[in-house]
Write a protein that binds this ligand. Structure first.
Ligand SMILES: Cc1cc2nc3c(=O)[nH]c(=O)nc-3n(C[C@H](O)[C@H](O)[C@H](O)COP(=O)(O)O)c2cc1C
Length: 186
């Protein structure tokens, strides 16, 4: 079982990283092999809309997205975590998401295993976890269009200081269970 885990916060050891790492701990406890990347530490440019990917495999932009595209091809599950920035993904996360365009064929089929399990993770300052539900639902639909199978969307509210997520024992426990659950999908 190979899991690709990504976070898009520029804050090292912050809430998003901690929550995703709780999922990773659950998965590793059940024997999963997990490759974790901090998107903010990678060199990922925006999509150039050159359409290279519509007649070739891979992407014409030769940066750190290329190994991630390769990992998606062989992953059994993906975890993507982002802090909520201005009601949306962080910019670091959005760069990654836009570059998934390289996985989409002209007929809207995809180059990776259709139905690849995906867990979406958000942390936010707003205590009401329903505040951005419309945006999270739309993202889940977008990923389903890309033929991921969105297993769940975990949201932790009330995260201001970078360790605040640890005070929410319920969400940390849920994250660990989610990691364990992912290992049952293969
Ligand atoms: C630039 C910026 C924009 C933010 N925008 C929002 C927002 O729109 N809604 C919200 O609830 N929290 C917002 N926050 C708070 C973060 O979502 C929250 O602190 C999150 O847990 C940060 O994740 P991290 O600890 O992994 O960096 C924002 C924080 C920053 C730095």
């Amino acid at each position: 079982m190979k899991i690709l885990a990504l976070t898009g916060s520029p804050r090292k050891d912050g809430n998003t990283e901690r929550l995703v790492k709780a999922i990773i701990a659950g998965a590793q406890g059940k024997g999963a092999e997990v490759n974790y990347y901090d998107l903010s530490q990678l060199n990922i440019a925006g999509c150039k809309a050159c359409m290279y990917c519509k007649s070739n495999d891979g992407c014409a932009v030769k940066d750190d997205m290329l190994p991630l595209l390769q990992e998606i091809l062989t992953a059994d599950a993906v975890i993507l975590g982002s802090p909520v920035y201005m009601w949306q993904f962080s910019a670091q996360t959005k760069l990654f998401v836009d570059r998934l365009f390289a996985m989409l064929n002209p007929d809207y089929s995809v180059k990776f295993k259709s139905g690849l399990p995906l867990v979406l993770v958000y942390t936010q300052g707003q205590p009401d976890v329903k505040a951005f539900a419309g945006y999270f639902d739309m993202n889940a639909k977008m990923f389903e269009f890309l033929q991921f199978k969105v297993v769940d969307t975990l949201v932790c509210g009330g995260c201001r200081n970078k360790e605040d997520v640890e005070k929410n024992e319920a969400i940390i426990a849920k994250a660990k269970e989610m990691g364990e659950y992912l290992t049952t999908l293969k």
